[in-house]
Design a protein. Sequence first.
Length: 424
Amino acid sequence: MIGHRECVQAGDALEDVHRRFAQHQQEYMAVLDGPRLVGLCARRQIGMTLGARFGFAMYSRRPVREMMLPAATQIQVDDPLAEVLGKVFTRSDNFFFDDVILLDTAGGFLGLIFARTLMRLQHALLKQNIQELEVKQAEINHKNQEMENDLRLASEIQQALLPQQYPQFPPDATPEAGCLQFYHRYQASGTVSGDFFHVFPLAPHRVGIFICDVMGHGMRSAFVTAMLRTLVQELGHWGDNPGELLTRVNTELKAILKQTGELIYATGFFLILDIQTGQIRYAKAGHPEPIWIRSAEGIAQSLVCPSGVRGPALGLFEGSRYGTAEGRLAAQDSLFFFTDGLVELFNEQGEEFGETHLLRELLQRQGNPLPQMMDEICSCALAFAENHQFADDVCFVGLKMNRLALPGDVSAGPPAAQQYEVPV
């Protein structure tokens, strides 16, 4: 990178130095005291000094050491290139284009480097860095696209695992005319969700409802929801005893999750309903209790699990056992299952929407059709929230018992799912 090695001795007279400049095109020369570098002199400065009025007479025999630049940039051959460029290109405007002095490791003078040479070098390095960044960015974009495709596929699979059609009694009835009516609102805070629910027939006159909320968000939580759905489906023959079913789900899930070495758990609630008698049997694993609208009495209350029935979240402790509670629905009663994303919303004053608001809003709308009722609740919750958005995954499932089943409403085999659009 050395541009030239022009130099003069510190004791040389200015007129001799000026004559040396006239012999070449360089703008700067090094000033040495024997072999030792002492500074840098500039053509323009010496020319202006000697060309001024009386300048030649006054200064021509002065030594050049009196006319050196006040700030000469020096670098050594072993200085890191990034440090060199940083030093050179942070100089003030007055000295930005001055030549740079190159020394050996012992401080000996090697030559002068043009500032433009270092600028070209910096430009080349920047161009190389940009090209490398563009290649890396292309690789990142490709991987991000693959991840987005995987997430999109995972989302589609998760949506496909949700009930696409609900069990209906009798099988050919419309939702409004059958014994049961279902509706749900499901919204992931990201591409995939850690919330999930499953509605499935257990017998010709019984239906099971399972809802869960896996800790965290993203692909890991979504994968656990898929495992839970599979476990609940496989253990469905224990559906008559919800507490035993959750106990076995916990055992299987804990055995799987402990292989990961990480703390992962899920809250859950499982309920079975006998449409002939209205009897419900249910169990709780750390999940919010559903809200029961008792239409005849005009009451909204939590479906309470006694202390001996409720248990901890699934996958949290080995050996956890869950009990089974019982109740009975009457015609026109409704149950609303939900995850905490629906109620853990805060307004500008820091007040929580909470289950108290949810109970009140559901009770005020109990006479509305089920889909309208649930859509209005979601809108009400969003209007309450400070930023008018759900901060977490939301799963909201409604069940209305239009009437108890008559003998003709129940087929010999498991009820077929009614073919109608399920809201997503």
